[in-house]
Ligand binder design. Structure first.
Ligand code: ZN
Length: 148
């Protein structure tokens, strides 16, 4: 049987919520949203030129990196389980015209031990609260030959 689409219960697509404040933006990501790509598209949508981001919340499927400066490459650690992140701190800039959110996090699970790393990606498992402080000037990054 074919139902008219208006009778089908289509789950309403939930998305990030945000509010503009005097100094920046308060952004709330919801369950299922990937942190770095969601923040990057928010930066693009709001035409933020650069700045800083701070956050806290809970995520899963997190890939955290440690940069081995001798080898000039990241050691990546993957955490499938739910973790709370007590601190996400990052900068917002542009690389080759695209927004680049560079974030580091401290996160942990029920044993209260902290893991740290460069945040490659993570999916919000409960909620994520972020505060973005934009800069008035455009911040652009170029690859550093010393650090890669
Ligand atoms: Zn980093």
């Amino acid at each position: 049987m074919i139902y008219p689409t208006s009778l089908l219960k289509v789950p309403k697509e939930k998305n990030m919520q945000f509010r503009k404040t005097q100094n920046g933006f308060i952004v709330r990501l919801i369950k299922g949203e990937e942190v770095i790509s969601s923040l990057s598209s928010f930066v693009e949508d709001q035409k933020i030129l650069g700045g800083f981001v701070f956050g806290l919340g809970a995520f899963k499927d997190a890939t955290l990196g440690y940069f081995d400066s001798a080898k000039k490459e990241y050691v990546k650690n993957f955490f499938k389980e739910d973790m709370e992140f007590g601190s996400l701190t990052g900068s917002i800039s542009y690389v080759e015209g695209k927004p680049f959110v560079h974030a580091h996090v401290v996160a942990g699970g029920p044993d209260a031990k902290a893991y740290f790393g460069h945040l490659f990606s993570a999916t919000i498992s409960a909620t994520g609260e972020f505060f973005i402080i934009p800069s008035e000037i455009k911040i652009e990054r170029k690859a550093d030959l010393q650090t890669g």
